[in-house]
Design a protein around this ligand. Sequence first.
Ligand SMILES: Cc1cc2nc3c(=O)[nH]c(=O)nc-3n(C[C@H](O)[C@H](O)[C@H](O)COP(=O)(O)OP(=O)(O)OC[C@H]3O[C@@H](n4cnc5c(N)ncnc54)[C@H](O)[C@@H]3O)c2cc1C
Ligand code: HEM
Length: 403
Amino acid sequence: MLDQKTIDVIKSTVPVLAEYGEKITTVFYQQMFKAHPELLNIFNHANQKQGRQQQALAATVYAAASYIDNLEAIIPAVKQIAHKHRSLGIKPEHYPIVGTHLLGAIKDVLGPAATDEIIKAWGRAYNIIADVFISIEAEMYDEAKNQLGGWEGFKPFVVVDKVKESDVITSFYLKPEDGSLPAQFKPGQYISIKIEAEGERFTHIRQYSLSNAPGKDYYRISVKRESGNDKPEGIVSNYLHDAVNKGDAVSISAPAGEFILDMEKDNPLVLISGGVGITPLASMLNAIVDLQPERPVTFIHAAGNSKVHALRDEIERASARGNTKSIVFYDQPLNEDQEQNLFDFKGYISREWLEDYIKLDDAEFYFCGPVPFMKSINASLRELGVPEERIHFEFFGPKGNLE
Ligand SMILES: Cc1cc2nc3c(=O)[nH]c(=O)nc-3n(C[C@H](O)[C@H](O)[C@H](O)COP(=O)(O)OP(=O)(O)OC[C@H]3O[C@@H](n4cnc5c(N)ncnc54)[C@H](O)[C@@H]3O)c2cc1C
Ligand code: HEM
């Protein structure tokens, strides 16, 4: 345990470090990748370039440090991150590397203001926080490996089918190459996929939500091609679309994540998705109509138009089996969409619409989509008085702030 003096030093310096947050984290990543280029096989380069990840790691260390005398309070937040770490293959031996470079960056950026006393205190605090992550992740590694059909790290799966779902989204059906049954998962969970593309110096790992119902002998992921337009093309999604075909193998880690449907409850469900954010919610809907067919579900999907609307027929079929109402929003409908009645509402899902069409009293809300979409849904639900414990969402990138 830390002595009171060390705790005081840490708590009094958290605001200073947070103030220099971006500078420290930029130096931290630069120096860490220079000393350990092999870590570029694990970190997402696009998130680095766009600064999306820069803040997350160090900011979490500072936040955790402010609870250094009450670490129980941060366990739920640690678990969510630990799921991602486990899914990526982060190991105990990685923690000292991060610790060394984080302390080095604090020293470099703060200069003489970072006294030996401060650096020593932060070194001790980091080790304590790292131990919390390491022990939670150890449990998750055990669980992933020891469950029925489970495995350690990345395992080869064969693409048994590849199905175009829309102009931009394609599904991959995956079975273990060794002929075993894959570990079960909870609807809403994701897997990580690791690729070694020709011409690429590093491996690349990305997460994809499982879009099928659990209980099958295969996994399905549904991937949107990130064209990039004026930016570089998305590496993994384009590789999967262009270079991975039926019969090919890909490496994936066991299902992870805490965005999961609570099937102990039976209150009404409202599943809201934007674009490719439909994937975890499609899994949830398929699971509900299989296992809780009486449970009322409103499945709301927003897409540009029919060309980019994935899994349409599947959702309709599932809805017909359960106690489900499916509602489609298009913000750029085509003439034929109008003629063929392919959508219910034009435009975006608004607060007013939710108030008019959805019974908010005891419903459980799950949503996923682009960040602006999620911000808008979250703000609407809050304004309409839906309590936090009935609001659940997933980010398709580093976890951000919806407020
Ligand atoms: C829990 C979770 C579940 C997910 N589930 C799904 C799913 O079911 N289906 C799905 O399709 N996706 C899903 N994702 C997203 C997925 O993991 C990938 O992020 C996505 O496929 C893009 O990866 P990529 O390698 O193709 O693009 P990346 O190479 O990672 O690029 C991402 C974006 O950054 C842009 N970019 C790249 N370099 C730069 C640069 N230098 N400057 C500016 N911009 C740049 C690219 O144009 C692209 O738009 C999920 C993510 C998470 C975290
Ligand atoms: C106590 C130390 C650590 C903290 C507080 C921490 C915190 C975080 C946070 C907050 C995220 C974002 C989670 C999300 O996506 O929602 C993250 C992701 C990640 N972390 Fe850690 N982390 C720590 C240690 C490590 C270590 C030791 C490594 C490996 C060297 C590592 C590698 C990663 C990677 C690769 C990601 C995914 C980010 C991406 O690729 O964009 N982390 N971590």
